[in-house]
Design a protein. Structure first.
Length: 297
């Protein structure tokens, strides 16, 4: 019987084709930015960047078999609406790439504006070594932003979730801010040794009302409930923050609180009733109210 030549192996798909097909799957699953997520997932398995993937697509580079194998389960998980940041293990925040995963709230782009308010107030403090506190720090995003962008400041961060604190410590080691101190402690009891010395008290507290249901599955199914829900009106943690902030801050010190777009008026009234002055609400880049600041008398 005559020998026959083996059939040639099918050519590997191109990076461009993989991005296109991945984006189509993510789109059908309702992922909000399917093409962006597709590029970032492909970049992750290629150990590249999104720009590197775009360049590879233009060049019509082939997708390595090992990368295609690694990509498949990640696409399945993203189609189930697991956060992209859980799949890549990183969340961009200002100039940093923070380690995140199950058990910690994934920092959002809108919180970068909240961090900016805290940084601006810290830079304006009339001290060679101003003190800042981040209460309920989670991944450490706001605290690390203050510590790295205001290096002459001393920054303290408190977290009371064991799961979240693991990520806080990991990011502290990853970023390496020597002027940041961490404490595993409840918000109400945080840093009594700093009473009356703090220039900036910042927080992204839980502020979703208990009976509200977050729209995004990534939030509803994967963010820790303790980082989301803040009581019947969503303001339980804000009330505690106001009291603790008055204890920690020196006269002229600033409090910066992130909140939902509908909560600015209530938080201004709450802070003013507690004795804070000049309560002001600030929009994020989408023009939604995102944070309220006030000054300690």
């Amino acid at each position: 019987m005559p020998e026959t030549a083996p059939l040639p192996a099918p050519a590997a798909a191109s990076v461009a084709d993989v991005v296109r097909d991945t984006a189509a799957r993510l789109r059908s699953a309702g992922v909000p930015d399917p093409h962006v997520d597709a590029e970032l997932l492909v970049a992750h398995v290629l150990e590249s960047s999104r720009g590197g993937v775009q360049a590879a697509a233009i060049r019509r580079d082939r997708m390595p078999d090992s990368a295609a194998t690694a990509l498949a389960p990640l696409v399945d998980r993203r189609c189930a609406r697991e956060p992209l940041q859980h799949l890549t293990g990183r969340a961009p925040f200002r100039s940093m790439g923070l380690a995140v995963g199950p058990g910690v709230f994934v920092p959002r782009p809108e919180t970068e504006m909240v961090a900016q308010l805290a940084i601006d107030a810290l830079r304006a403090a009339a001290s060679d070594a101003p003190v800042a506190v981040d209460l309920g720090t989670g991944s450490g995003a706001i605290a690390l932003a203050m510590a790295t962008e205001v290096p002459h400041a001393r920054v303290y961060a408190a977290e009371n979730s064991v799961d979240a604190f693991i990520w806080t410590k990991q990011n502290h080691a990853l970023i390496g801010a020597d002027n940041l101190s961490l404490a595993f402690i409840d918000l109400a009891d945080a840093f009594p040794e700093l009473d009356g010395t703090v220039s900036v008290v910042a927080s992204n507290p839980p502020y979703v009302p208990d009976d509200a249901i977050p729209r995004d599955p990534e939030v509803r199914l994967f963010d820790p409930p303790a980082a989301l829900y803040g009581g019947p009106d969503g303001l339980n943690a804000v009330r505690e923050l106001s009291r603790v902030g008055l204890r920690l801050a020196h006269p002229g010190g600033t409090i910066v609180i992130e909140h939902g777009e509908w909560q600015g008026e209530a938080i201004r009234a709450l802070l003013t009733a507690d004795g804070w002055r000049s309560a002001s609400t600030h929009p994020d880049l989408t023009t939604r109210d995102r944070a309220t600041t006030a000054i300690r008398p």
